[in-house]
Design a protein around this ligand. Structure first.
Ligand code: BG6
Length: 282
């Protein structure tokens, strides 16, 4: 069973429940903020301080960064685009089988979006909740001129402790270190003992997040950039909607079209990025 619910402040979300998993998806930002397979428990991190206020992005879950990832060339515009703060329309909820529910949400241009980004578009988020979580984000250019996008499924994964985890699948990949603006090549797995903010490129393979008793796998398509981010102590203390030691509880592994992995869509063209997340105890 799935239903549309509202918090006391009117903030609306879809609660999905089937035989394999449960999930919560906000209409604002088509933002998945909980995914709980019954076998393994919560996969996503959600800040205790998320206030679920309209027009403010939820801290945690899977924010959709679109139509740009990071800062726009026009620095007056919001970081990571406007989709995460925009109200999507619920198009469909389908119970495909007892273990699988599919939710489709859609955003199109508004007078406000046209002031920030002068294009007509359809942005569709299809989320399939089962013993895996599949998030599919399709951009359709409905304008008469081409446009360029960068984007990300900015997934916050909950972890037992940031110092316990290792990310594999990025070994030998080159990355831009956003902290120094320098390029490096990843040696070995990614582990954390300080702030990390990196855009890995030309990543075509699966990523694995190893925790003490669990491995999460991420399979991406339509994108070849992977952003790995943890703010660590100093940045965490100044982040919005994060308590000061929250950095210990999550890591972001983002499925992205970033830097030279941008896409240009001609009128009527579309592009889809997909992330499939699964986990198992080890
Ligand atoms: C990451 C960026 O993708 O998002 C970080 O690499 C940034 O630099 C982080 O701090 C969070 O961004 P925001 O806009 O949600 O605070």
């Amino acid at each position: 069973m799935s239903e549309v619910k509202a918090l006391a402040n009117g903030f609306r979300y879809i609660e999905v429940n089937n035989k394999a998993a449960s999930a919560k998806i906000a209409l604002q930002g088509a933002h998945v903020f909980s995914y709980k397979p019954h076998k393994t428990g919560e996969v996503l991190w959600l800040s205790e301080l998320s206030d679920f206020e309209t027009t403010r992005s939820i801290r945690g879950g899977i924010p959709l960064c679109w139509p740009w990832f990071g800062m726009s060339e026009n620095t007056n515009l919001p970081q990571h685009g406007f989709a995460r703060n925009s109200m999507f329309e619920l198009i469909d909820i389908q119970e495909i089988d007892p273990n699988t529910t599919q939710v489709v949400l859609q955003l199109t241009q508004t007078p406000v979006s046209l002031q920030m980004w002068e294009f007509a578009f359809v942005l569709q988020m299809k989320c399939t909740v089962s013993d895996t979580l599949r998030v599919e984000l399709t951009t359709i250019n409905t304008d008469t001129k081409p446009f360029k996008i960068t984007q990300a499924l900015h997934t916050y994964f909950c972890v037992s402790g940031i110092e316990n985890i290792a990310i594999s699948g990025l070994e030998g990949k080159s990355y831009l270190d956003a902290l120094t603006s320098k390029k490096h090549t990843q040696e070995g797995v990614v582990e954390f003992d300080s702030e990390v903010d990196r855009v890995y490129q030309k990543v075509e393979n699966d990523i694995k997040l190893k925790d003490t008793n669990k491995v999460v796998s991420i399979t991406n398509s339509g994108s070849s950039s992977v952003v790995v981010w943890n703010p660590w102590i100093t940045k965490c203390a100044r982040m919005s909607a994060m308590k000061k030691d929250a950095y210990k509880e999550f890591v972001c592994i983002e499925s992205a079209n970033a830097l030279e992995d941008f896409r240009v869509l001609q009128p009527q063209e579309h592009h889809t990025i997909v992330a499939v997340v699964s986990d198992e105890f080890v």
